[in-house]
Write a protein that binds this ligand. Structure first.
Ligand code: PLP
Length: 446
């Protein structure tokens, strides 16, 4: 009985749906990270930290809506806010009170957000922020860190997967890569060298806890160095807080680490589980979107539209979510639970003698599955001792098998692999997850 045959036996509904999906969607999926062999779970409903597939199997959820659900699934306050809005209209194509309340809350929580512009996704947010940086500085290029994810638009796609490789991925205009400078994370000397020798760099963009919410961690000290270097060389500093915003702390990584970026991209938590996103930052930069300011100085305005920008239902969800995050200690709760999960998993790995380790900060846990089977001590694991390549080196076959085994035990891990923890995860989920890991290791051994 392989884990795959057990998984297939318990998920016939997901399997049938996948057959249909495969005839509709490339690979049968609608987001690359939902790819899983033999097929992904089809989810029927979700509540708090749990979800149920279409066959009624229950899982502890660690996908967390790709990170959007700091408050867990179907938070009652967020749901009530959306239900109050929907009968009054789902789209006005006009200004409305909820967008003002939403923007004001963002600025209250993130003081560096002097101005806010709403978009629909994190991809749109980094696209707009990079355009603003070019307009403001008059320079064409941006510096990014290998492996960091900033969405899938053309410029963001250079240097994401093929790190250090500044060629344009397939389908991306060839000229784009010339204006993307890729640096290794945590290498301040290299950043300084690049900024000192290239005067065409408009901005440095960074995921403030490192690639994939800290899978390849970067130190807060590196952010402070980036702030110092970018200021010295007249380059803008952009934090991509799509995943860290309102999660690492109510004010995101920038407030937690005390570093004010010039521009910030936000998505996920900001809209309380609905599609919605934003860029925020210095007024003099966002002024390039302002009709009056640009007209008064006789300059060109950056054009920016978007049918669903600040959609009223997303705004209502965002206001409810950010209010609750501000008032209830949700970030701290999620982070404390994630720490318990990391400790519990490491105790299992040590007891079982597998060369694996759980690590991470904030409300994330990452699993290092050490494809080379070197001896490691899970109870004393320090990701900083490993190179980015090693941290990314998990064998995809092992990851897939572990995910299937954990699903058979009622836990759905995120695919990198690891998990994003919500404020609704608690002792019951910690216990279930640790027990599932112990049984999964036994299943994978047999
Ligand atoms: N930036 C970061 C750091 C992300 O984690 C993501 C999504 O996972 C994005 C950008 C892209 O956001 P979206 O999926 O909303 O386009």
């Amino acid at each position: 009985d392989t884990v795959e045959s057990r998984f297939v036996a318990m998920t016939p509904g997901s399997g049938r749906l996948f057959e249909q999906a495969r005839s509709l969607f490339p690979s049968g999926i609608t987001h690359d990270s939902r790819h899983l062999a033999p097929y992904p779970l089809a989810v029927g409903r979700a509540s708090g930290p749990r979800k149920w597939d279409v066959d009624g199997n229950e899982y502890v959820d660690y996908i967390g809506g790709h990170g959007a659900l700091l408050l867990g699934h179907a938070d009652p306050d967020v749901t009530a806010a959306m239900m109050a809005q929907i009968p009054n209209g789902t789209h006005y194509g006009s200004s409305h009170p909820a967008e003002v309340a939403w923007g004001a809350l963002i600025r209250e929580l993130m003081p560096a957000a002097e101005r806010v512009r709403f978009t629909n996704s994190g991809t749109e947010a980094t696209l707009l922020a990079l355009r603003l940086a070019r307009a403001y500085t008059g320079k064409p290029r941006f510096l990014r860190f290998a492996g960091h994810f900033h969405g899938w638009h053309d410029a963001a796609s250079v240097g994401h997967l093929s790190h250090f490789d500044s060629t344009s991925p397939i389908g991306v205009l060839p000229g784009i890569a010339q204006n993307v400078v890729v640096a290794p994370p945590n290498d301040a000397a290299r950043v300084e060298e690049l900024l000192a020798t290239d005067d065409g760099i408009a901005a440095v963009i960074v995921e403030p806890t490192g690639q994939t919410f800290g899978r390849v961690p970067i130190a807060p000290e590196f952010l402070r160095t980036l702030r110092e270097l970018t200021t010295r060389y007249g380059v803008l500093l952009m934090f991509d807080e799509v995943i860290t915003g309102f999660r690492v702390s109510p004010g995101g990584a920038q407030v937690a680490f005390g570093v004010d970026p010039d521009l910030t991209s936000l998505a996920k938590v900001v809209a309380g589980g609905m599609p919605g996103a934003a860029i925020t930052g210095r007024k003099d930069i966002l002024d390039f979107l302002d009709f009056e300011v640009t007209a008064a100085r006789g300059g060109e305005k950056i054009r920016h539209q978007g049918t669903f920008n600040a959609n009223p239902v997303a705004a209502a969800a965002g206001v409810a979510a950010l209010t609750k995050i501000r008032d209830t200690g949700a970030c701290e709760r999620a982070s404390a639970t994630a720490a318990e999960i990391r400790d519990g998993l490491n105790a299992v790995f040590a007891a079982e003698g597998v060369p694996w380790a759980a690590y991470g900060t904030s409300s994330a846990f990452h699993l290092f599955l050490n494809g080379r089977n070197l001896p490691i001590d899970p109870l004393d694991f320090e990701p900083a001792a490993y190179s980015p390549d090693e941290l990314r080196s998990n064998d995809p076959g092992v990851v897939n098998a572990l995910r299937l085994a954990m699903m058979c035990e009622g836990v759905d891990l995120a695919g990198w692999p690891g998990g994003i923890v919500s404020a609704t995860h608690g002792p019951a989920e910690v216990t279930a997850t640790v027990a599932a890991a112990r049984r999964s290791i036994a299943a994978l051994r047999s």
